[in-house]
Design a protein around this ligand. Sequence first.
Ligand SMILES: Nc1ncnc2c1ncn2[C@@H]1O[C@H](COP(=O)(O)OP(=O)(O)OP(=O)(O)O)[C@@H](O)[C@H]1O
Ligand SMILES: [Mg+2]
Length: 327
Amino acid sequence: MSLIEVKHITKQYQIPKREEGIIGALKSLFHREYITKIAVDDISFSIEAGEMVGYIGPNGAGKSTTIKMLTGILVPTSGEIRVNGLIPYRERQKNAKQIGVVFGQRIQLWWDLPTIDSFELLKRVYQIPEQRYKMNMEIFTEILGIDEFYQTPVRQLSLGQRMRADIAAALLHDPIILFLDEPTIGLDVVAKEKIRNFIQQINKERGVTVILTTHDMADIEKLTKRMILIDQGRVMYDGELAKIKELYGKNRFLIVDLEVDAKIEVQGAKLIKEEGKRKWIQFDREKISASELIHQLSNRYEIRDLTIEEPEIEDIIRQIYEQGLSI
Ligand SMILES: Nc1ncnc2c1ncn2[C@@H]1O[C@H](COP(=O)(O)OP(=O)(O)OP(=O)(O)O)[C@@H](O)[C@H]1O
Ligand SMILES: [Mg+2]
């Protein structure tokens, strides 16, 4: 059995239907009607111990809902979940001991307490042995620099500091699985890099299994080999990131600067944008090589400069969101 097993789970939310006007409001006081929203629609996957998996999808795809079911906060409408053998919502306490959770959009530490007090409280909640606690705090201090703001109440922490504190807090009790729901949201480049390095280290050195949702494709590129791509509550792709890049990353862009502006015509490629003398040409590297294309152009036009751009994983993912996936 895999460490995490998800079989045909669905989650429906009942949203109260709002009726207009005062009469409508009064009516709904006595007789509420609900609309069913299917947030997760028959999702299955399994994750092995030690894996680091990217759980990706556009806004509203059902990522956070899935994470909440895996952590036991939400009960699936149907389907089965096992996290290291446990049914999360039924054995929430036991499950909490083996997992760490970070919701980038929400603060988990005690708002008014100095940060260090939050850690002390967690130590008690999880009954973390003194020595273990000390050791972990030392490591987190070293890598995440959390000692900088020990005495600061959580409410006064900057976003980057708060995220570092949250991640440290989630790992204090040595969980075997770490759920990270947008751990780099809103952070600057340097802070993002710090967090990424730390996540990587935790996965490599401690063997912690990591499930990561993010809208930042750089997180995915840096951290994960496997990507589960979901949209409208369904799995669209589950596999290697490299494979998707290979399949969808065939398009290249040639950007040329002409000496003199001209109306460009190209065979086997597509002019997609122009700004004066600068032209953007899209081509499929399997249909025409860059050198053929350049040769063709330089025969007809005088070229001052050119560059070739590879598609970013972000472009590829956007393309999949927009046009669907056909593998
Ligand atoms: N508590 C709730 N009550 C009703 N509907 C909800 C609730 N939470 C989420 N939804 C709906 O379920 C769907 C999935 O939401 P979810 O938060 O899982 O998406 P997400 O993939 O995490 O999106 P994002 O990238 O924006 O965080 C959305 O349509 C959302 O509006
Ligand atoms: Mg979310």
